[in-house]
Write a protein that binds this ligand. Structure first.
Ligand SMILES: [Zn+2]
Length: 226
């Protein structure tokens, strides 16, 4: 590997991305009344389009943990740290025949709550819910008045399917009774999305002359028997 390629792979310690793709300039610190706990599915860890780490870096005091089936004791302490009451950001779907009915949302101020966010595809978030009994027993917070998503990278399956960052911004505002309070998070997200889109375009434009891409192409041709 050449020196240049080695440099390109240097990793930013804060956002854990390659220095060339560092997203730290979009970090916009916000203080939320509710505590934020992000449970990230392992498949999202290396996903360049994922917004959860930016969210984590923006929201002061937030905690992010990675896993699919969490250790019961670890999850319990994550959920109940500081005596806060955890609520799960998840729709109260009617087709959960195999799951217990979630308890109603507690009448508590945002300062007493912990917002628990599952950072995963819809399918994997359901799997996390099924695999972690403690999550099934949490009151669920559904989003109201959701603005159409401006998430331009990952194709949404429904108009109101939001990225983790957008969903958390909406939910934190909802819990505080101040829907627009976390709009700086959405501005940060817009910048992040624009950077990702530019990155993808630059890679596509540069791929013809790129030796590495040619090797990839040859690999594909081999797989296809050419
Ligand atoms: Zn960075």
């Amino acid at each position: 590997m050449s020196g240049a390629a080695g440099l390109k792979r240097a990793v930013c310690e804060r956002c854990l991305r390659a220095q060339s793709a560092c997203i730290c300039r979009w970090i916009t610190p916000v203080q939320a009344q509710a505590h934020l706990l992000i449970l990230q599915h392992p498949l999202e860890v290396g996903n360049a389009k994922n917004s959860a780490r930016l969210l984590h870096l923006c929201v002061n005091g937030s905690v992010m943990a990675t896993g699919e089936a969490f250790d019961t004791g670890v999850l319990d302490s994550l959920l109940h740290a500081d005596g806060r009451t955890p609520v799960l950001l998840y729709p109260a779907t009617l087709d959960d025949a195999g799951l217990p009915a979630p308890p109603p949302m507690p009448a508590l101020p945002a300062e007493a709550l912990r917002l628990v966010l599952l950072d995963a595809t819809w399918r994997k978030s359901r799997k996390m819910l099924y695999l972690n009994a403690a999550l099934q027993l949490l009151p669920r917070l559904g989003l109201t008045d959701v603005a159409p998503s401006n998430y331009r990278i990952r194709k949404a399956h429904a108009p109101h399917q939001l990225s983790s960052l957008e969903a958390a911004a909406q939910a934190l505002g909802q819990l505080e009774g101040a829907p627009g309070r976390f709009s700086p998070l959405l501005d940060a997200f817009d910048g992040f999305v624009a950077q990702q889109a530019a990155f993808v375009r630059a890679r596509a434009a540069g791929s013809c002359a790129d030796n590495a891409s040619q090797s990839d192409e040859q690999g594909v041709n081999r797989l296809m028997g050419r």
